[in-house]
Write a protein that binds this ligand. Structure first.
Ligand SMILES: *Cc1c(COP(=O)(O)O)cnc(C)c1O
Length: 371
């Protein structure tokens, strides 16, 4: 039986093995394990890629979200507006600063934050709007930018799933005060462990976060404020520099696979991903909606096809936020979709034959359940 993983990190790495091993050996022989040239070089290369002025390499994407907010003095008593259907880190980063996440339901088609529902949530305490470019598709930045301007709010882009995605022909990352990226291994640009980055055009944010990641240090053993150790590991930076050169090619392959899925799934009883034509969706995830999702997932597993669920429980109903008293019915679209969403295998090394195999299995399941 052929086995289809949900993400395939192994093949991706084999192809560029030699280059990565060379990069790792370079770090071993120079023994620059903390910060140094490769971190600086990666920051330059990634900011250039995103078309922004500055980048700070960090230990993960959640740190990028959190430290950026701290650099804007967002904290206790403040509110940040963010989607209720995202990975928990978007909201928990807000909570870590002492501020409160204020949730908004999703657009029924794109699954991103619904811009029509943002203004109702703005109060005197609101400091920022944090859209998440979910599954690799940018949020409706035109509307979000105009709301933020009108109410004088910061925009924080959670771009942890959207490396290289475009909105209005421009890469995400420059629409707000700053953007956060994660290089968790399964992301479109993934390290060999945890890693992340903040990108910004604001020199003050850049300089502050650069100190925040390194004990508030301005000069060795001179500390301007009490701070953290949240540095990007040098070995990860060296690996990311190699992989960054492949990112556009990999994103193109993902887009091609999404088109293949879209074609082959025509007529099946599934809601395919909606693509907003003002964006280039980089398909971090290929997410469909189906009835009888859990049984379909089990059926696919029996056929050797691994799938994912992003995300089974909307954030307001997570135990972590039970003190806030989230109620069923508060965010009807996200709640209705949570038991329907199914993420199909998606990674650059997929092929048309593999996608055909997956789609055939879905059709077989649906034939059995109808008859
Ligand atoms: C992955 C992810 C994060 C967190 O990134 P880490 O590197 O795991 O800290 C934040 N937000 C979203 C939407 C993500 O997908």
């Amino acid at each position: 039986m052929q086995k289809l993983p949900f993400v395939d990190l192994n093949i991706r790495h084999q192809k560029i093995d030699a280059e990565i091993i060379k990069a790792i050996k370079r770090i071993l022989s120079s023994s620059t394990f903390i910060l140094g040239d490769d971190v600086d070089a990666f920051e330059k290369e990634f900011s250039k890629y995103c078309n922004v002025k500055y980048c700070v390499g960090l230990d993960n994407g959640t740190s990028a979200l959190e430290l950026g907010m701290r650099s804007l003095n967002i904290g206790v008593g403040d509110e940040v507006i963010t989607p209720v259907n995202s990975f928990i880190a978007s909201s928990s980063a807000i909570s870590m600063t002492g501020a409160s996440p204020v949730w908004v339901d999703c657009d029924p088609k794109t699954y991103n934050i619904d811009p029509l529902k943002i203004e109702k949530k703005i109060t005197k305490k609101t400091k920022a709007i944090m859209p998440v470019h979910l599954y690799g598709q940018p949020s409706n930045m035109k509307k979000i930018v105009s709301i933020a301007k009108k109410h004088k709010l910061h925009i924080i882009e959670d771009a942890c799933q959207a490396h290289g995605a475009l909105y209005g022909g421009k890469r995400v990352g420059h629409f707000g005060a700053y953007a956060a990226f994660s290089f968790y291994p399964g992301k479109n640009l993934g390290a060999f462990g945890d890693a992340g980055a903040l990108v910004t055009n604001d020199k003050r944010i850049y300089e502050t976060v650069k100190k925040m990641r390194n004990y508030g240090q301005s000069k060795k053993y001179h500390h301007d404020f009490i701070a953290w150790n949240r540095r990007l590991d040098t070995l990860q930076a060296a690996i990311l520099r190699v992989k960054l050169r492949y990112l556009d090619k990999w994103n193109k392959q993902r887009i091609k696979h999404a088109h293949t899925y879209n074609q082959l799934l025509k007529g099946a009883d599934v809601v395919r991903p909606y693509h907003d034509s003002s964006t280039t969706h980089v398909y971090h995830l290929y997410v469909i909606r189906v009835n009888d999702r859990d049984r379909l997932q089990k059926y696919l597993k029996e056929k050797g096809i691994a799938t994912g669920i992003h995300y089974p429980v909307p954030i307001h109903l997570q135990k972590a936020y039970q003190l806030r008293g989230g109620k069923k019915g508060e965010f009807p679209i996200s709640e209705k979709y949570a038991p329907q969403l199914l993420s199909l295998p998606m990674y650059p090394q997929l092929s048309e034959e593999k996608i055909q195999f997956i789609v055939n299995a879905i059709r077989q399941f649906q034939k059995f359940t109808i008859s």
